[in-house]
Ligand binder design. Structure first.
Ligand code: AGP
Length: 606
């Protein structure tokens, strides 16, 4: 949601804070700011909008302190303007915050009754006044923070510096991720390791409820009961350091084109290429005894889970219950005894997905997670992790993580099928061979994007777009609609093609483009009859299929020729056109492709 950084440096920290914030902009970018301790005083610069606005402010009025904190914001409380931008501060303390302080209204009311004047509408500012109040009572900065943390409810990560304290920074984590970095005579804090990649590769991850008292040459970490604890220093992977666009215009374009490589990496983790069989980490239970699998996730990750439902039911003959995390966590759904719950998440920090994981764990489920960040909270709270080796995904619209999730989930489906005797070894080998072909097919498809540029020109004029799909490709219609709306801001809806005549067909006229995901499989004829229903009402048809265009019997506005592939891998292959349609439409419309309005890469609040 927001990105926070902090540096106890040996030289002026402002440039490094801004560089670290740039690595975090994908988490939110409504406004940004930094604060430093300079000659014992707190000073700050903030700006509405993108980081470059803050850089302009700092150019005109530089900060030279060697102790500082910074923040890039995705607004939860209070409009995205300078007044609400972090850091928030009093004369004694400055705070940056990611997450939500759920009891901030009662805290604010109590503080205002005591005469505290609030400058902003944010929940964060209540923390500033609480710490200031404790210090005014004579408590030291550390004791003041310890006292305040016990008053806060919600999910948050905090970075805190103090007037008159050039060698002190305090970090706190309850529910939102926080990493500490160890430099040479310097110390750092950041929302994730990527933020610190330009400063160090030696990282300590705070656990739930931890808070840290940082000095340039020492670090004390306390748990929620203020007991001193020891957390390991780990070496960050090189992947986290590779955060740049290469020769692509946008991170999203780079990440779409990385898919052949990243899918290969992910498949290599799960397939024994020699025997052409699946090799899954031990899930720690007898998969043959499972009566049902529960899957939960949000957004694009949910659509990957929905594809997995079709695969697991088809190839493992095992029922799957799937729901979006924000619904499953409150449904009080009955779960099977000794069941398996699978969570899918690129960031591994999505609040709703994490909360549902904890619900399922409390219900005695074995927890498996398909995550792209091995050090994430969801990964660390799972019994077994099925990693997607997609590398850092910076574009807010998920692309390579989605297809890497499909690759990992495909392996899980085959492992379940083998364990339950639902597929023979020969069938497993055939399906594994099909998976092994995916990178080659995608590489070929990415060689020519000209028809997507043509489609973009048409779609950019639309007010509403429908996406249709059937069977295992229905989730691709949902994903295509999400991709288009989240980066081009055009309203789009994904529908099961068979649902069209149950209402949505009323929307069809010559102004409504209909994008159809229709591989030539056993549902093709039925989908084409839906296409003909659209054509009969003047709808504009954009068809992606391996069947010949003329087989539809109607005039198409655009036809995307797809490779003939095994039905098992169609979702991975058809993900590419739905990504490229969205990307090129957004580029044509001039929206901010990597950092679309109102969004953030990781939704770490409910
Ligand atoms: C996908 O393009 C969106 N950015 C969003 O729906 C995302 O998939 C969702 O927020 C889940 O994120 P996660 O995979 O990090 O849990």
């Amino acid at each position: 949601m927001c990105g926070i950084v902090g540096i106890l440096g040996l030289k002026p920290v402002a440039p490094d804070l801004v560089d670290a914030l740039r690595r975090l902009e994908y988490r939110g970018y409504d406004s940004a700011g930094i604060a430093t301790v300079e000659n014992g005083h707190l000073d700050r610069q903030r700006a509405e909008g993108k980081l470059r606005n803050l850089e302009a402010r700092l150019h005109d009025a530089p900060l030279s302190g060697r102790t500082g904190i910074g923040h890039t914001r995705w607004a939860t409380h209070g409009r995205p303007n300078e007044t609400n931008a972090h850091p928030h501060m009093s004369k004694r303390v400055s705070v940056v915050h990611n997450g939500i302080i759920e009891n901030f209204r009662e805290l604010r009311t109590e503080l205002q009754a005591k005469g505290h004047n609030f400058q902003s509408d944010t929940d964060t500012e209540a923390v500033v006044h609480l710490i200031t109040e404790e210090m005014d009572k004579g408590l030291s900065p550390v004791d003041a923070v310890g006292a305040v943390l016990r008053k806060l409810r919600g999910a948050f990560a905090l970075g805190i510096i103090f007037a008159g304290e050039d060698d002190l920074m305090i970090a706190a984590r309850q529910g939102s991720p926080l990493a500490l970095g160890h430099g040479l005579g310097e110390m750092y804090l950041g929302s994730d390791a990527i933020a610190l990649a330009g400063l160090t590769d030696r990282i300590t991850y705070l656990e739930e409820g931890d808070w840290a008292v940082m000095h340039r040459d020492s670090l004390q970490i306390y748990d929620i009961d203020a007991k001193l604890v020891d957390r390991p220093v780990t070496k960050m992977t090189d992947a986290a350091r590779l955060v740049d666009k290469g020769n692509h215009r946008h991170f999203m374009a780079k990440e779409i084109h990385e898919q052949p490589e990243m899918i290969s990496h992910t498949l290599a983790n799960y397939l024994d290429m020699a025997t052409q069989t699946v090799r899954l980490p031990d899930i720690g239970m007898d998969l043959s005894k499972l009566t049902r699998v529960t899957i939960s996730a949000c957004g694009t990750a949910y659509y990957a889970g929905l594809v997995a439902k079709y695969w697991i039911e088809r190839y493992a003959r095992l029922p799957v219950e799937i729901d979006i995390a924000s619904e499953l966590r409150y449904r009080n759904a009955p779960l099977p005894k000794d069941g398996l719950a699978v969570f899918v998440s690129q960031s591994g920090e999505t609040a709703d997905t994490l909360a549902t994981l904890r619900y399922c764990k409390a219900q005695g489920q074995k927890i498996a997670s398909v995550v792209n960040v091995r050090t994430s909270t969801i990964a660390r709270e799972s019994d077994v992790v099925l990693p997607t080796l997609a590398g850092p995904e910076i574009g807010v619209a998920s692309t390579k993580a989605f297809t890497a999730q499909l690759a990992a989930l495909a392996a899980l489906a085959l492992a379940l099928g083998r364990a339950r005797g639902a597929i023979t070894q020969a069938e497993e080998q055939c399906l594994v061979r099909a998976l092994m072909e995916v990178p080659r097919h995608i590489s070929k498809m990415l060689q020519d994007e000209s028809n997507y540029e043509r489609m973009a020109h048409d779609l950019s004029k639309a007010k509403d777009v429908l996406y249709l799909g059937r069977g295992v490709n229905f989730p691709l219609a949902l994903e295509g609609a999400l991709k288009l709306k989240e980066i081009s801001y055009i309203h789009a809806e994904g529908y099961a093609a068979g649902e069209l005549k149950h209402g949505p067909i009323a929307l069809i006229d010559e102004n409504v483009p209909v994008v159809v995901v229709a591989p030539q499989d056993d549902l093709y004829e039925k989908t084409i009859s839906n296409v003909q229903e659209v054509a009969a009402r003047g709808g504009r048809i954009y068809l992606m299929s391996d069947a010949p265009a003329e087989s539809t019997g109607c005039l198409l506005d655009e036809y995307i020729a797809m490779p003939k592939v095994h039905p098992f891998i169609q979702p991975l292959i058809y993900a590419i056109p739905v990504q490229l349609i969205a990307y090129h439409t957004a580029v044509f419309m001039g929206t901010d492709v990597d950092q679309p309005r109102n969004l953030a890469k990781s939704v770490t609040v409910e």
